[in-house]
Ligand binder design. Structure first.
Ligand code: GLU
Length: 319
């Protein structure tokens, strides 16, 4: 059995990268390169309304500009199984995985509307995800048939009432009970597109990914993903959820923060300056001096990386 580390970039091409996306990509790359591992690039474009091929093409150019190379995947490349690494081209595979899961767990149609899901006085995980109350878990066949005439259902998986624990390389010990934190979650949306949770586990498992480095905003997806790994009898990767970069008012960055998009930043800073700024912000180097990503490899360790989110100074917003 090979022990080669396999990490990945898994960007969603819904706009040009912002500084936070670049930061996660940098840390994922540094960790893999320091361990002489294999880096792969998977394009997560399941949300066809938001994703564009031109954004994916730009993303690939941007990764190259910052010296963040990869060994497998991309838009034309394939992984070691000679499959496409573009999620929108992997639908048949996701449905195979869904059918395996449906033999091993209770997966059921859910007809709740968005308004119903957000309306019930349900507790919320983090800032927005309501805990699903199990409303459609035990519908009879007759009820399902009747409801199907009105709307297409999503598919949910029933979660166990038990604690799932893991050790995150950045955030330390994490534990979560899915029945309290999110409830039965969606594997396929009402429009037939599989959910992020299903696709990411199906892909990471199939591509032999051993290390997932991504933003802390996805920390509370990890227990759901570990639950799916377990059902699939697949070995989960190790996880590292890196701090988020926050706007000066402590908001999470989004692709709408135009001043922090690479389009704007690259008119003010060189790629080496930006890498140096990120490395200093997260504690890898003392001062924000221009540096190439490759020169940071010897400095990299998860222990050294800041754990808390990083609040950007307002100066980033000024031209
Ligand atoms: N595609 C996700 C994003 O761009 C990342 C998913 C992951 O790393 O698991 O936010």
């Amino acid at each position: 059995m090979s022990h080669t580390v396999r990490g990945r970039f898994a960007p969603t091409p819904s706009g040009r990268m912002h500084l936070g996306n670049l930061f996660s990509a940098l840390i994922a790359w540094l960790s893999v390169r320091q361990q002489n591992g294999i880096m792969l690039l998977r394009i997560e474009d399941l949300d066809r309304a938001r994703c564009k091929r031109e954004y994916a093409e730009q993303l690939i150019k941007d990764l190259a500009l910052f010296g963040l190379d990869y060994d497998e995947g991309g838009l034309t490349g394939t992984d070691r199984f000679s499959e496409s690494c573009v999620q929108s081209e992997r639908n048949d595979y996701y449905h195979e995985v869904l059918s395996i899961l449906s033999k091993r767990a209770h997966i059921y149609p859910c007809f709740c509307t968005r308004a119903q899901l957000h309306d019930i006085n349900a507790p919320h995980l983090g800032d927005y995800t309501p805990v699903y109350a199990g409303t459609c878990r035990n519908l009879s066949s007759a009820e399902i048939l009747q409801k199907q005439t009105i709307r297409n259902p999503s598919l949910r998986i029933e979660v166990p009432n038990q604690t799932i624990a893991f050790n995150d390389c950045c955030q330390g010990h994490v534990e979560e009970n899915l029945s309290h934190s999110c409830g039965d979650f969606v594997l396929q949306r009402a429009d037939g597109i599989v959910s992020y949770q299903l696709a990411v586990v199906a892909d990471d498992a199939r591509m032999g990914v051993t290390e997932v480095v991504r933003g802390r905003d996805l920390l509370f997806s990890t227990a759901r993903q570990l639950f799916l790994y377990d059902l699939l009898d697949a070995v989960p990767p190790r996880f590292a959820h890196v701090p988020l970069l926050l706007a000066p008012d402590h908001r999470r960055l989004s692709k709408r923060d135009a001043a922090l998009s690479l389009t704007s930043l690259l008119t003010r800073f060189s790629p080496e300056e930006l890498i140096g700024i990120l490395a200093a912000l997260c504690g890898l180097i003392d001062r924000p001096e221009p540096v190439k990503a490759v020169d940071l490899i010897p400095h990299f360790s998860f222990e050294q990386l800041k754990k808390e989110d990083i609040v950007l100074s307002p100066s980033f917003y000024h031209v």
